[in-house]
Design a protein around this ligand. Structure first.
Ligand code: ARG
Length: 463
């Protein structure tokens, strides 16, 4: 006879209950209660299938169905008493079901195990998060396209090595991020399509002798099909790793944009003004307006990528099939998901609200001899110089302007001709920043006309 204090779910062979430390290290209810809705959805699908296949009596199935709805409303209403002694969400729900409906509750676990149950719940939870990430990415992309459309022909410095390189358009810079987030979106959709196989009915590891219908439960839960191998089904956490992989790359993209916003909103750059709604003040320096949201987004990649590394290390070297190590999958994913969604929403808000400082962008666009390449290209096109020679001539002109403390268009024609006598008045036509960006009509280039094509394309896609 089992000790009264042993676990009511699996305590049959135990003479004593667990040590408090054992209970503390073993329990996951503190965090896996976040999967309550998924757990109950999985149990409802399983119970309905047990009824349809004649494994359970219709009256038991009906009692289970109604009881599970009551449990769900208690959890949603905040009246459910979670118990650490009952370890996890699966056993908490089942124990409460037993209190409500009695004996039929004990029949729910026929033909399944907590191993396929947890894999199913967690997949459903991650799938919901992929859907939320998709919505967040689409909203952010729309905000970026709106910024690009407004400033398709505003000029700004384009950088390499964070040194002024060539003028680009504001719209082009915004659309660069649209492309990055579009790849993130496609990773999210790929991961969702690949993960959408149901582990339910794989049971502990080997499948079950009951004549269950895994296709039925898969369909009820919105999966495309049941997973084909029961050992793989209960031991696979690829879906969580792919989620974290997609999240990490997206967070990395977010951090790059966040870093640009931090730089751009500084007093030294003044390229953008962030709205009051997405800035904070300093408790000591009254003049300060800080881009905290951007800084925090910049930092979030740390914990999200950390989660991916942590779960990869949990899964590395695990023999088939389920091991309790795998209980360590959830907190990492929960934390990464929360912070990813928050970062997406905060970035969308910042982008929607921010104002580009068109004058400051344009003033900076021409600084640092940013149209030197245009000058070299002109020498190639108009005077037939080989590009290497044109590069050299332009370098001499830059040195001349630098010595004079002026910009390239400020050099007189005579000064230009002292470096190369073939140069004509027409050269000034390519030296302005607007001429420069307008000339970059190659596919994918920064010309306003090209940017408007991309804006139109994305508006069509995003609706
Ligand atoms: N709480 C467990 C987890 O998150 C559920 C599965 C437990 N399975 C078992 N055989 N002990 O992984």
């Amino acid at each position: 006879m089992a000790d009264q204090s042993s676990n009511q779910m699996w305590g049959g062979r135990f003479a004593a209950g667990p040590d408090a430390i054992m209970e503390a290290i073993n329990a996951s209810i503190g965090f896996d209660k976040r999967m309550a809705a998924q757990d109950i959805a999985g149990s409802r699908a399983h119970a309905a299938m047990l009824g349809a296949t004649g494994i359970l009596e219709p009256s038991d199935v009906e009692a289970i169905r109604e009881g599970l709805l009551t449990v769900l409303s208690e959890i949603e209403g905040g009246t459910f008493a979670f118990s650490t002694a009952l370890e996890d969400i699966h056993m908490n729900v089942e124990a409460r079901l037993k209190e409500i409906i009695g004996e039929p509750a004990g029949r729910l676990h026929t033909g399944r195990s907590r191993n396929d149950q947890v894999a199913t719940d967690f997949k459903l939870w991650v799938r919901d998060q992929l859907d939320a990430a998709e919505a967040g990415l689409l909203a952010l992309m729309k905000a970026l396209v709106a910024q690009a459309e407004a400033g398709a022909d505003w000029v700004m410095p384009g950088f390499t090595h964070l040194q002024t390189a060539q003028p680009v358009t504001w719209g082009h810079h915004m659309m660069a991020y649209v492309e990055m987030f579009a790849r993130d979106l496609s990773r999210v959709r790929d991961a969702r399509a690949r993960m959408n196989e149901s582990p339910l009915g794989a049971a502990a590891l080997a499948g079950t002798g009951f004549a269950i219908d895994r296709h039925m439960t898969a369909e009820a839960l919105g999966f495309d099909r049941p997973s084909a191998n029961s050992l793989d089904a209960v031991s696979d956490r690829d879906f969580a790793l792919e989620f974290l992989g997609a999240a990490s790359i997206c967070a990395m993209h977010l951090s790059r944009f966040a870093e640009e916003l931090v730089i751009w909103s500084s007093a030294q750059f003044r390229f953008v003004v962030l709205s009051d709604r997405f800035s904070t003040g300093s408790s000591i320096m009254p003049q300060k307006k800080n881009p905290d949201a951007a800084e925090l987004i910049r930092a979030k990649v740390g914990r999200i990528f950390g989660a991916q590394t942590a779960l990869m290390m949990v899964m590395k070297g695990l023999p088939l099939a389920y091991s309790k190590d795998m209980q360590e999958d959830k907190e990492q994913v929960f934390d990464a998901a929360d912070n990813w969604m928050l970062a997406l929403a905060a970035m969308e808000g910042m982008v929607r609200d921010m104002t580009a400082n068109r004058e400051a962008l344009e003033a900076a666009a021409g600084a640092g001899f940013s149209t030197a390449t245009d000058l070299a290209d002109w020498l190639v096109r108009e005077l037939g110089l080989p590009f290497r020679d044109a590069h050299h001539v332009t370098g001499s002109l830059v040195a001349k302007a630098e010595a004079k403390g002026c910009d390239l268009p400020d050099l007189s024609l005579a000064e230009m001709q002292s470096v190369h006598d073939g140069i004509t008045e027409a050269v000034y036509g390519v030296l302005g920043v607007h001429n420069s960006v307008a000339s970059r009509m190659s596919y994918g280039g920064t010309a306003p006309a090209r940017v408007r094509e991309q804006v139109a394309r994305w508006k069509e896609i995003l609706g």
